[in-house]
Design a protein around this ligand. Structure first.
Ligand SMILES: [Zn+2]
Length: 140
């Protein structure tokens, strides 16, 4: 039985620079110009101060594990168990993602552990950010 493919995100005008970033294997987030509030997910105005004067910056790709759940439920393209995580980027914002390169086992998942971004191919030309332990081998 073949597994249905994973969901392929579609860019919107607001998120196009984000997906252009992942295609270049860069994690781009937004920052407001007046106060330098850095935030995620992409929006047309700063969620802290409300200004629409915002720009894109490239995140370092370093993060720490904030919280996670090990899912045992099948989902299209995912073989359970797999890790759904909230990571805190070095720049401050938190994002929901998947962890790869680590056993889906609490024994191997320490809160605040250092992570680095990696990119997983979806469909023909979309790369989705995922995170792996900073001390793990990079993807081949
Ligand atoms: Zn702001």
């Amino acid at each position: 039985m073949s597994t249905p493919p994973k969901f392929v995100p579609q860019a919107t005008p607001e998120t196009q620079p984000y997906w252009d970033g992942t295609a270049a294997r860069e994690l781009r987030i937004q920052q407001c110009v007046p106060e330098q509030h850095t935030y995620f997910y992409p929006r047309t105005s700063c969620p802290v101060c409300g200004t629409e004067e915002v720009k894109w910056v490239t995140a370092s790709g370093r993060a720490q594990l904030h919280t996670y759940v090990i899912s045992h439920r099948p989902a299209p393209g995912f073989t359970p168990p797999y890790v759904i995580a909230v990571v805190e980027l070095e720049e401050g914002p938190r994002m929901m993602t998947n962890l790869v390169g680590v056993e889906p086992d609490p024994e191997h998942l320490e809160l605040d552990m250092d992570l680095v971004v990696d990119f997983e191919a979806r469909g023909d030309d979309v790369l989705v950010p995922v995170f792996r332990p900073a001390d793990s081998e990079a993807a081949a």
